[in-house]
Design a binder for this molecule. Sequence first.
Ligand code: AMP
Length: 220
Amino acid sequence: MKKILIFIGPPGSGKGTQAKLLAKKYGYKHISTGDLFRALSEDETATEKEKQALEEMKSGKLVSDWLVYNLAFKEIKKNLESNVGVVLDGAIRSLEQAKEFQKFFEENNWGEEIQAIEVSLSDDESFNRLAKRRICSKCGEIIPYLSTTKDLSDCPKCDGELIYRQDDSEEIIKKRIEEQGNISLYPIVNYYKNLGSLKSVDGNQAIEIVEKQIENIVKL
Ligand code: AMP
Protein backbone atom coordinates (compact mmCIF):
# COMPACT_ATOMS: atom_id res chain seq x y z
CA MET A 1 0.00 0.00 0.00
CA LYS A 2 1.27 3.48 -0.88
CA LYS A 3 2.30 5.76 1.98
CA ILE A 4 0.74 8.96 0.61
CA LEU A 5 -2.98 8.84 -0.17
CA ILE A 6 -4.31 12.08 -1.63
CA PHE A 7 -8.05 12.75 -1.59
CA ILE A 8 -9.48 15.11 -4.19
CA GLY A 9 -13.12 16.07 -4.51
CA PRO A 10 -15.53 18.99 -4.41
CA PRO A 11 -16.75 20.26 -1.02
CA GLY A 12 -19.32 17.87 0.40
CA SER A 13 -18.19 14.93 -1.73
CA GLY A 14 -17.52 12.87 1.37
CA LYS A 15 -13.75 12.92 0.90
CA GLY A 16 -13.26 13.95 4.54
CA THR A 17 -15.41 11.10 5.84
CA GLN A 18 -13.64 8.60 3.60
CA ALA A 19 -10.18 9.94 4.43
CA LYS A 20 -10.87 9.52 8.14
CA LEU A 21 -12.26 5.99 7.74
CA LEU A 22 -9.26 4.94 5.70
CA ALA A 23 -6.72 6.49 8.07
CA LYS A 24 -8.33 4.78 11.05
CA LYS A 25 -8.46 1.41 9.33
CA TYR A 26 -4.78 1.39 8.30
CA GLY A 27 -3.24 3.41 11.15
CA TYR A 28 -2.41 6.30 8.81
CA LYS A 29 -2.42 9.93 9.90
CA HIS A 30 -5.42 11.90 8.64
CA ILE A 31 -4.22 15.35 7.56
CA SER A 32 -6.94 17.85 6.71
CA THR A 33 -5.66 21.33 5.88
CA GLY A 34 -9.14 22.67 6.72
CA ASP A 35 -8.80 21.19 10.24
CA LEU A 36 -5.26 22.55 10.57
CA PHE A 37 -6.53 26.02 9.61
CA ARG A 38 -9.51 25.85 11.99
CA ALA A 39 -7.15 24.83 14.82
CA LEU A 40 -4.78 27.69 13.97
CA SER A 41 -7.64 30.20 13.95
CA GLU A 42 -8.37 29.22 17.58
CA ASP A 43 -4.72 29.31 18.52
CA GLU A 44 -3.73 32.39 20.51
CA THR A 45 -0.10 32.05 19.45
CA ALA A 46 -0.95 32.48 15.72
CA THR A 47 0.94 35.40 14.16
CA GLU A 48 -0.77 38.46 12.63
CA LYS A 49 0.29 37.29 9.17
CA GLU A 50 -1.29 33.87 9.77
CA LYS A 51 -4.49 35.40 11.13
CA GLN A 52 -4.76 37.63 8.11
CA ALA A 53 -4.28 34.69 5.73
CA LEU A 54 -7.02 32.77 7.56
CA GLU A 55 -9.54 35.57 6.91
CA GLU A 56 -9.92 34.17 3.36
CA MET A 57 -11.36 30.98 4.78
CA LYS A 58 -14.29 32.79 6.39
CA SER A 59 -15.49 34.04 3.02
CA GLY A 60 -15.15 30.69 1.23
CA LYS A 61 -11.94 31.61 -0.60
CA LEU A 62 -8.72 29.63 -0.67
CA VAL A 63 -6.10 30.34 1.97
CA SER A 64 -2.69 31.50 0.64
CA ASP A 65 -0.37 28.76 -0.58
CA TRP A 66 2.49 29.60 1.81
CA LEU A 67 0.32 28.78 4.82
CA VAL A 68 -0.88 25.52 3.22
CA TYR A 69 2.74 24.45 2.64
CA ASN A 70 3.94 25.59 6.08
CA LEU A 71 1.35 23.54 7.94
CA ALA A 72 0.91 20.57 5.63
CA PHE A 73 4.57 19.82 4.80
CA LYS A 74 5.57 19.87 8.47
CA GLU A 75 2.80 17.43 9.38
CA ILE A 76 3.50 15.13 6.43
CA LYS A 77 7.24 15.04 7.10
CA LYS A 78 6.79 14.33 10.80
CA ASN A 79 4.62 11.29 10.08
CA LEU A 80 6.40 9.80 7.08
CA GLU A 81 9.76 10.09 8.83
CA SER A 82 8.28 8.04 11.67
CA ASN A 83 7.07 5.56 9.05
CA VAL A 84 3.40 6.48 9.48
CA GLY A 85 1.53 6.85 6.17
CA VAL A 86 -0.60 9.93 5.54
CA VAL A 87 -4.07 10.52 4.13
CA LEU A 88 -4.28 14.03 2.71
CA ASP A 89 -7.77 15.47 2.85
CA GLY A 90 -8.38 18.61 0.81
CA ALA A 91 -4.72 19.57 1.03
CA ILE A 92 -4.37 20.09 -2.73
CA ARG A 93 -6.84 22.50 -4.33
CA SER A 94 -5.03 23.99 -7.31
CA LEU A 95 -2.64 22.85 -10.02
CA GLU A 96 0.09 25.03 -8.49
CA GLN A 97 -0.36 23.27 -5.15
CA ALA A 98 -0.32 19.84 -6.84
CA LYS A 99 3.02 20.70 -8.48
CA GLU A 100 4.51 22.09 -5.28
CA PHE A 101 3.44 19.03 -3.27
CA GLN A 102 4.90 16.79 -5.96
CA LYS A 103 8.20 18.68 -5.80
CA PHE A 104 8.21 18.27 -2.02
CA PHE A 105 7.48 14.51 -2.28
CA GLU A 106 10.19 13.95 -4.89
CA GLU A 107 12.79 15.96 -2.96
CA ASN A 108 12.17 13.61 -0.05
CA ASN A 109 12.25 10.47 -2.23
CA TRP A 110 8.55 9.77 -1.76
CA GLY A 111 7.73 10.11 -5.46
CA GLU A 112 6.75 6.43 -5.79
CA GLU A 113 4.50 6.51 -2.72
CA ILE A 114 1.59 8.49 -4.15
CA GLN A 115 -1.98 7.39 -4.79
CA ALA A 116 -4.52 10.10 -5.65
CA ILE A 117 -8.19 9.25 -5.14
CA GLU A 118 -10.89 11.38 -6.71
CA VAL A 119 -14.33 11.31 -5.05
CA SER A 120 -16.52 12.73 -7.77
CA LEU A 121 -19.77 14.66 -7.28
CA SER A 122 -21.73 17.21 -9.32
CA ASP A 123 -21.67 20.85 -8.18
CA ASP A 124 -25.47 20.77 -7.62
CA GLU A 125 -25.24 17.79 -5.31
CA SER A 126 -22.26 19.40 -3.61
CA PHE A 127 -24.41 22.46 -2.83
CA ASN A 128 -27.27 20.35 -1.43
CA ARG A 129 -25.01 18.39 0.85
CA LEU A 130 -23.17 21.40 2.26
CA ALA A 131 -26.33 23.36 2.94
CA LYS A 132 -27.69 20.56 5.09
CA ARG A 133 -24.72 19.01 6.86
CA ARG A 134 -23.65 19.81 10.42
CA ILE A 135 -20.46 19.46 12.42
CA CYS A 136 -19.77 18.60 16.06
CA SER A 137 -18.62 21.70 17.95
CA LYS A 138 -16.47 19.51 20.20
CA CYS A 139 -14.76 16.77 18.15
CA GLY A 140 -15.26 18.10 14.59
CA GLU A 141 -17.15 15.02 13.37
CA ILE A 142 -19.08 15.83 10.18
CA ILE A 143 -22.72 14.78 10.34
CA PRO A 144 -24.20 14.40 6.85
CA TYR A 145 -27.91 15.03 6.31
CA LEU A 146 -29.45 11.55 6.27
CA SER A 147 -32.77 10.17 7.46
CA THR A 148 -30.87 8.62 10.38
CA THR A 149 -29.09 11.84 11.41
CA LYS A 150 -31.43 14.72 10.56
CA ASP A 151 -33.12 14.80 14.00
CA LEU A 152 -29.94 14.51 16.07
CA SER A 153 -28.97 17.51 18.20
CA ASP A 154 -25.87 15.99 19.82
CA CYS A 155 -22.85 14.24 18.35
CA PRO A 156 -23.26 10.42 18.30
CA LYS A 157 -19.54 10.06 19.13
CA CYS A 158 -18.91 12.54 21.96
CA ASP A 159 -22.27 14.17 22.79
CA GLY A 160 -20.96 17.58 21.70
CA GLU A 161 -23.43 20.09 20.28
CA LEU A 162 -24.07 19.83 16.51
CA ILE A 163 -23.77 23.15 14.71
CA TYR A 164 -23.66 24.50 11.17
CA ARG A 165 -20.16 25.42 10.11
CA GLN A 166 -19.37 29.11 9.73
CA ASP A 167 -18.49 28.63 6.06
CA ASP A 168 -21.60 26.53 5.35
CA SER A 169 -24.00 29.48 4.88
CA GLU A 170 -25.75 29.57 1.49
CA GLU A 171 -23.83 32.53 0.08
CA ILE A 172 -20.47 31.18 1.21
CA ILE A 173 -21.27 27.70 -0.10
CA LYS A 174 -21.89 29.20 -3.55
CA LYS A 175 -18.53 30.97 -3.37
CA ARG A 176 -16.78 27.78 -2.24
CA ILE A 177 -18.25 25.78 -5.10
CA GLU A 178 -17.23 28.49 -7.56
CA GLU A 179 -13.68 28.42 -6.18
CA GLN A 180 -13.32 24.80 -5.15
CA GLY A 181 -15.86 22.89 -7.26
CA ASN A 182 -15.37 20.77 -10.35
CA ILE A 183 -14.02 23.50 -12.63
CA SER A 184 -11.09 24.11 -10.30
CA LEU A 185 -10.54 20.40 -9.68
CA TYR A 186 -10.31 19.46 -13.35
CA PRO A 187 -6.64 20.46 -13.84
CA ILE A 188 -5.63 18.70 -10.60
CA VAL A 189 -7.40 15.51 -11.57
CA ASN A 190 -5.74 15.68 -14.99
CA TYR A 191 -2.33 16.24 -13.41
CA TYR A 192 -2.55 13.01 -11.37
CA LYS A 193 -4.05 11.17 -14.34
CA ASN A 194 -0.98 12.12 -16.41
CA LEU A 195 1.30 10.96 -13.61
CA GLY A 196 -0.54 7.62 -13.69
CA SER A 197 -1.45 7.98 -10.00
CA LEU A 198 -5.20 8.62 -10.18
CA LYS A 199 -8.22 6.45 -9.40
CA SER A 200 -11.80 7.73 -9.22
CA VAL A 201 -14.88 6.69 -7.27
CA ASP A 202 -18.43 7.96 -7.60
CA GLY A 203 -19.25 10.00 -4.49
CA ASN A 204 -22.99 9.73 -5.10
CA GLN A 205 -23.08 6.23 -3.66
CA ALA A 206 -23.68 5.23 -0.04
CA ILE A 207 -20.77 5.83 2.35
CA GLU A 208 -20.14 2.09 2.83
CA ILE A 209 -19.98 1.42 -0.91
CA VAL A 210 -17.57 4.29 -1.55
CA GLU A 211 -15.48 3.01 1.37
CA LYS A 212 -15.29 -0.50 -0.10
CA GLN A 213 -14.29 0.81 -3.53
CA ILE A 214 -11.56 2.98 -2.03
CA GLU A 215 -10.24 0.03 -0.06
CA ASN A 216 -9.98 -1.96 -3.28
CA ILE A 217 -8.01 0.89 -4.85
CA VAL A 218 -5.48 1.32 -2.06
CA LYS A 219 -4.90 -2.40 -1.70
CA LEU A 220 -3.90 -2.76 -5.39
P1 AMP B 1 -12.32 22.04 4.37
O1 AMP B 1 -12.52 21.78 5.82
O2 AMP B 1 -11.42 21.03 3.72
O3 AMP B 1 -13.61 22.20 3.62
O4 AMP B 1 -11.54 23.44 4.25
C1 AMP B 1 -12.07 24.61 4.81
C2 AMP B 1 -11.44 25.83 4.19
O5 AMP B 1 -10.02 25.85 4.44
C3 AMP B 1 -11.56 25.96 2.68
O6 AMP B 1 -12.80 26.51 2.29
C4 AMP B 1 -10.39 26.88 2.35
O7 AMP B 1 -10.70 28.22 2.67
C5 AMP B 1 -9.33 26.43 3.34
N1 AMP B 1 -8.43 25.39 2.77
C6 AMP B 1 -8.32 24.09 3.14
N2 AMP B 1 -7.37 23.46 2.44
C7 AMP B 1 -6.84 24.38 1.58
C8 AMP B 1 -5.83 24.35 0.59
N3 AMP B 1 -5.14 23.24 0.29
N4 AMP B 1 -5.55 25.51 -0.07
C9 AMP B 1 -6.19 26.65 0.21
N5 AMP B 1 -7.18 26.75 1.13
C10 AMP B 1 -7.51 25.62 1.81
